[in-house]
Design a protein around this ligand. Sequence first.
Ligand code: ARG
Length: 656
Amino acid sequence: MNFLAELRSRLKVALAKADLPVDDYWQMLQPATDAKFGDFQANCAMPIAKATGQNPRVVSQNLVAHLKVEDLCEAPEIAGPGFINLRLKGERLEAETGRLARDPLLGVEPATKPKTVIVDFSGPNVAKPMHVGHLRSTVIGNALCKTLKSLGHKVISDNHVGDWGTQFGMIIYGYKHFRNEAAYEQNAVAELARLYRLVNQLSDYHDLVKNRGAVLAKVEETRRSLASAKGTAIPNEKPADAAKRVRKAEGDLADAEEEAASLVRKIGAVEESPELLSMAKGHPQIAELARKETAKLHAGDKENLRLWQKFVPLCLAALDGIYERFGISFDLTLGESHYNPQLPGVVERLKKAGLAVESEGAVCVFVEGNKAPFIIQKADGAYTYATTDIATIIDRIEEKKADTILYVVDARQSEHFGLLFETSRRLGYATTDFRHTSFGTILGEDKRPFKTRSGDTVGLESLLDEAIARARQIVDENDNAKPVPELDEEERQRVATIVGMGGIIYADLHHNRDSDYVFSWEKMLATRGDTATYIQYAYARVQGIFRKGGIDLAQLRDTTNLSELPLRMPQERALALQLHKLGSTVQDVCVDYRPNLLTQYLFETANAFSAFFEHCPVLKEEDSSVRTARLLLCDLTARVMKRGLELLGIEVAEQM
Ligand code: ARG
């Protein structure tokens, strides 16, 4: 039973019967922060008293008199200024725990009004190798799909890949001028990725050479500013403000130096290679020419279109390789190009509706309160990311009947989505729930966007490989430390994959998605702490108990024939209560689409299990009904952990 929801609804009834305002007060009932106050606490009496000009203790007495909970709780107690403390009756908790053991859904109840939810996530620009920046959208989106599905919603996952962008001009240019035929035959995607990087590097090179003077001058200028910040005393300035001013100047200098170092590195990389340098010299207009290839593609040039048609399926197949490692498959992969035929009609429709107007040759939607207009057709006639996104919304609502659309996309696109949603509402889609489920950046230990040591973006494949290699060391150490190692080579590698992938996914999800976070291998794979590894170990530990005790799980889970299921120790009670919260936690995740509420719950569950396991012997317990109750708690803990991790896209191993 979802005790929290049940008690809140009883509180709602009591508020009405006691002639008190109901408003949101009925929700002011929470799990108690300290077991000595009971299991739950309602703290609505104080704000109600304030709002109605009554004495808070009188309000709580009135409420308690109307609160019908005797089937669930001991007599409510009023404490302090008017807190109402509730303690579940032991026999009720025991009976409900038996019921939970028999529930295949583990208390996760289907929504009464299922919705159609489209989750737009991952969305990489194909033909560029996936990098660490794609991690967050991919794992957060996947976790949200799974949690929403577990609540019975109709979920459609859609990978809105960028398959029509400027990267194709670069690849086409590279393919025409630099391709290595043998390499292409061998591994087309790897060769395309090389060509993309090469063309990017060469066009960057020309840009950087052009900017060199300015970038180096900036370093000198910020250095002078720092010296002057340190040297000037402003009359009456507080020391803290002076320090702040100096820190700011130091930061500016560090940024400028970083930029200069990166410029020198990148220019050096080309100039130190005779081959690259001669390519650069031979293609001075490369950036411009690559843009022309894109323009030709968009204008329907036969040759470029043929190449594009040849490249896209190869790129998508390569992406699938990565998604498979995450256990992700999309319901739809409708890339940007899918909407090309609709774009002229979208612009017409927006003009007819009076939303879009011509401005300096372009077609724009102006939304008050926004600095930039929403450009839906550029002066040269080209359609934009925005036009495609409006076409996508029309299709998602008209054809796929979406009630809610989640865009799991980097916070840096918030302006785009603000304009997109407002434009769509004005176009007539005012009842659809559009959500930019945004997230922050992954940072390196230096608090700057996470890069490799040489300053390049971190490839996603190599990141996953490293996570698994590091997990393998932990698995080896752990297994070697056993009196008799239990895992063979193949099993160790399988477990390492589960631990490594789980570590990466959990480390990402357990942060509040809005904040940036610092990537740390040590924290991610720690066997103690808020990590997947810790929870996976707890799970494996339970399986170890069952193996050792030769427990028949099917029989254990069928509690219908039990006369007694004693949960008397405080740690048993606490763990049982915790296990009853999976359902409400999953619901909470889907209110504002926050998977970190589920990681937090799993961490707390692992902690509650740890405390239980420390104080309550299981296999050694002599009283058979106590032993059964404890085994059942162990089993429920394992099932809840496995299910919870599964909803986050993380696997478990039976033995570690
Ligand atoms: N391809 C885009 C990017 O890399 C993300 C797409 C997000 N989805 C969308 N419907 N705009 O920035």
